[in-house]
Design a protein around this ligand. Structure first.
Ligand SMILES: NC(=O)c1ccc[n+]([C@@H]2O[C@H](COP(=O)([O-])OP(=O)(O)OC[C@H]3O[C@@H](n4cnc5c(N)ncnc54)[C@H](OP(=O)(O)O)[C@@H]3O)[C@@H](O)[C@H]2O)c1
Length: 271
């Protein structure tokens, strides 16, 4: 990694974002942590300040609100933070039939997973391009690589993140700006707290036993920052699955996804 000073992590109060923040704080960078809960962010910041000599700032923001990404950018401008690394990590998923999802929740998810990511890439990316230096790391998912029935809009949002990242990697490489994309599979975080546990019991693809440890995923993200690379799928089995997808008709892959992702409480409903 180059001599980088300030790192902005969205979704830093929990899960993958928090673990990446811990790893990076131990290297004594200046961190700017963003998520909705100011209380949790302050707790994280206090702990990082106590255990490392990193400078830590926080900004509580709901990135599912229109213009929130702009407010985050303006905050960094007002504080005169030059963001050298942007980690677009905040996101959530909804496991259900697409037609059954609360429209408000759907809009919030798309605003957070898609629009905010695109906007933050644009504002901070423009600065990095001008400076001819910087790194953007976007967190997608293995869900990005195929249609994901019952996780339809979430998977599609992560396909957007993956394609956006890979395209930006090519656009910005001419200006020495690195854009990378991390694609974790199911990871043991609070991500699954938002899903009704009845939906993911008894051998469901998301059941707890099959999830990767969060530290492993966070470390894979930090490795991307350190060593570069356009995309990293985390874990051998996930890499093999993504590879296998390329050789099968998309309809077959979608059918397999359907079997894996169908909520347990819908298993006896019409096929
Ligand atoms: N866990 C998995 O299986 C998995 C797999 C593949 C990809 N991912 C992706 O990894 C990323 C991190 O997820 P995670 O697993 O670490 O989940 P997590 O533990 O639930 O963390 C999500 C983080 O995002 C923040 N956040 C949520 N909604 C937000 C909003 N509207 N505005 C600002 N911040 C918000 C949360 O903080 P607040 O609640 O305080 O806002 C939290 O810090 C997500 O993009 C997710 O899609 C996760």
């Amino acid at each position: 990694m180059k001599q980088i000073k300030t790192i902005l992590v969205t979704g830093a109060s929990s899960g993958i974002g928090l673990e990446m923040a811990k790893i990076l704080a131990a290297r004594n960078y200046r961190l700017v942590l963003a998520s909705r809960s100011s209380e949790r962010l302050e707790d994280v910041a206090t702990e990082l300040r106590r255990t490392t000599s990193a400078e830590v700032s926080t900004f509580a923001v709901d990135l599912s609100a229109p213009e929130a990404a702009e407010h985050l950018f303006e905050f960094c401008e007002a504080q005169r933070f030059q963001i050298d690394i942007l980690i677009n990590n905040a996101g959530f998923g909804i496991l259900d039939e697409h037609v059954a999802i609360d429209p408000k929740k759907l809009r919030q998810m798309l605003q957070l997973n898609v629009i905010a990511v695109a906007e933050l890439c644009q504002t901070f990316g423009a600065q990095m391009k001008r400076r001819r230096s910087g790194i953007i790391l976007n967190v997608a998912s293995t869900a990005a690589y195929q249609a994901t029935p019952y996780f339809a809009a979430y998977g599609a949002s992560k396909s957007f993140v993956l394609c956006l990242s890979e395209a930006l990697a090519k656009e910005l490489e001419d200006y020495d700006v690195q854009v990378s994309c991390l694609a974790p599979g199911p990871t043991d975080t609070a991500f699954f707290d938002a899903i009704d546990p009845q939906k993911i019991t008894e051998g469901h693809f998301f059941q707890k036993a099959g999830r990767t440890d969060v530290r492993t995923v966070a470390q894979a993200g930090v490795d991307l920052l350190d060593h570069g690379g356009m995309t990293r799928v985390v874990g051998l089995s996930n890499r093999l699955a993504v590879l296998g997808n390329r050789f099968l008709p998309r309809s077959i892959v979608a059918s397999v996804s359907k079997r894996l992702l169908k909520p347990v409480d819908k298993k006896n409903s019409v096929q």
